[in-house]
Ligand binder design. Structure first.
Ligand SMILES: Cc1cc2nc3c(=O)[nH]c(=O)nc-3n(C[C@H](O)[C@H](O)[C@H](O)COP(=O)(O)OP(=O)(O)OC[C@H]3O[C@@H](n4cnc5c(N)ncnc54)[C@H](O)[C@@H]3O)c2cc1C
Length: 442
């Protein structure tokens, strides 16, 4: 039964904190061990104040790493469990890729078939063009030799989905305290016995740290190292920074979102294009000859065609990066004119309908910074006796199911889907394979 002090303190009311709280409440109830009243979520601002509230919201399975794919398959099932509450649009997802990525994409397809994740692989320049033109009459992207069309996944609306998660957690009895900043931990041996906050001390039996790009700060409060040994593929060990910030460049083309419906008038899949075809702008000037990539979708929430391109590293030591104010307001988040130029040229490269539309790029800044681990993949692990850290390395809006798995681990049931993401993998060199994609998260 619910005790007077919460047994579980969850820090962060983003996708991971809220999903953990919701699923933990359900697990406690199902096992007659208590209920949501044993859980409190603390957030220094409020629900969706962090990355989960500004994410583009793309939900896909397209990962080169088998462990990521299996985890995403699980998360997609959670999105599908209540599309209305999660504001989830199951429109599917397309990756169009050039020859340099062909083998990797074909491998993803094969492995998706093995885990029963429905997708279609199209190969060869002409067949890819025909497939894409069957969806968009004006498709004109060059250099595409394979298309992977995932039939599950799609996107969800960022703030609406977090409100839906929060409502479900509250309905289970979970308390979400806004405006409470965690400032430190009280330890008894290697256990956190209480969480120190701007509003006093909260005793706890277990703590879950789910603070997105602020993980650097909570990691330091737990006395964990800011540099760690990482064993590479050939057995060599290198000291690396635990955290690196990347700037995620996103924006919106202010056209009627309805203008990017498919040939049948329906919402199209989310589109991700990588290509090594030279990219020119409307005036014919060369933008880049390097491998480039963009993603986009019509989005009635953002009010246009919304998406982004490859992020870039924030060239400052992680300790000095200003996470607050979060989002486009962060002084360390810089989206230059180059982004708008490149992204709108790339949209026009893919669709004739966007030629000459670059001036409609929204002046409203969007995007934000993400905190990445040494191999750019998540860390889900317990530190000390009872501090569970969910550090998703900026993969995580789509990972709504991770909280369901973490909830089971909090109750002592180890989850094989989370095993490949333990912290010890760096020391022993059990790293995830890397792809040829220009994105650090593919
Ligand atoms: C521009 C952008 C676009 C993205 N697009 C996608 C996408 O399309 N698909 C995808 O899967 N992922 C995407 N991501 C990544 C994804 O948004 C994040 O990985 C995910 O939302 C992180 O969730 P979280 O719950 O860990 O953290 P957050 O959502 O950041 O929540 C952390 C919460 O912790 C609170 N907090 C921080 N410090 C403290 C403290 N000391 N005390 C109390 N509370 C604290 C914050 O206020 C915040 O509310 C995107 C990220 C960015 C920046």
């Amino acid at each position: 039964m619910a005790s007077e002090t919460p047994s579980y303190v969850v820090i962060g009311a983003g996708v991971h904190g809220l999903s953990t709280a919701l699923h933990l409440a359900r697990e406690l109830r199902a096992r007659n061990l208590g209920d949501g009243r044993d859980i409190v979520v603390l957030d220094k601002t409020d629900v969706a104040a962090g990355a989960s509230g500004i994410a583009c919201g793309v939900i896909r399975n397209n990962y080169f790493q088998p462990a990521m794919r299996e985890l995403m398959e699980h998360s997609v099932s959670v999105w599908e469990s209540d599309p209305k509450a999660f504001s989830y649009h199951s429109v599917g997802y397309i990756q169009a890729a050039p020859e340099v990525m062909h083998e990797g994409v074909a491998k993803i397809y094969e492995e998706q078939q093995q885990i029963g994740y429905p997708s279609i692989l199209v190969e060869g320049t002409e067949d890819c063009s025909a497939y894409m033109r069957d969806i968009f009459f004006d498709w004109q992207a060059q250099g595409i030799t394979c298309v992977l069309h995932e039939q599950r996944g799609g996107y969800a609306n960022n703030v609406a989905s977090m409100s839906g998660l929060a409502a479900k957690a509250r309905a289970e009895g979970v308390e979400i305290r806004a405006g409470v900043t965690v400032t430190g931990f009280q330890m008894q041996g290697s256990s956190v016995s209480a969480v120190e906050t701007s509003q006093g001390t909260v005793p706890c039996d277990q703590v879950v740290v789910a603070v997105g790009p602020w993980v650097r700060d909570l990691w330091a409060m737990l006395d964990l190292p800011d540099r760690i040994p990482v064993k590479g593929g050939e057995g060599q060990v290198q000291e690396k920074d635990m955290w690196t910030y990347w700037s995620l460049q996103e924006g919106t083309l202010e056209v009627d979102p309805g203008s990017l419906m498919d040939n049948r008038g329906d919402m199209p899949p989310v589109i991700h294009v990588d290509t090594d075809a030279p990219l020119h702008d409307d005036e014919g000037s060369l933008v880049t000859e390097q491998l480039w990539g963009i993603y986009y979708k019509p989005d009635f929430n953002f009010g246009g065609v919304q998406g982004g391109t490859t992020p870039y590293v924030v060239e400052r030591p992680a300790a000095e990066v200003a996470v607050d104010p979060y989002g486009p307001a962060s002084p360390d988040f810089v989206v230059g004119k180059e982004f708008a130029h490149m992204w709108t040229a790339a949209l026009a490269h893919c669709h004739k309908r966007f030629v000459g539309k670059g001036h409609l790029f929204s002046k409203e800044p969007s995007g934000g910074i993400g905190c990445f681990t040494p191999d750019s993949f998540p860390v889900f692990d317990v530190f000390g006796d009872n501090a569970y850290v969910i550090a998703d390395s900026n993969h995580g809006y789509k990972m709504i199911g991770v909280g369901a798995l973490v909830a089971k681990e909090l109750l002592g049931e180890q989850q094989s889907l989370l095993e490949p993401f333990r912290f010890a993998r760096y020391e022993v060199g059990r790293l995830h394979p890397t792809s040829t994609s220009p994105f650090p998260w593919s």
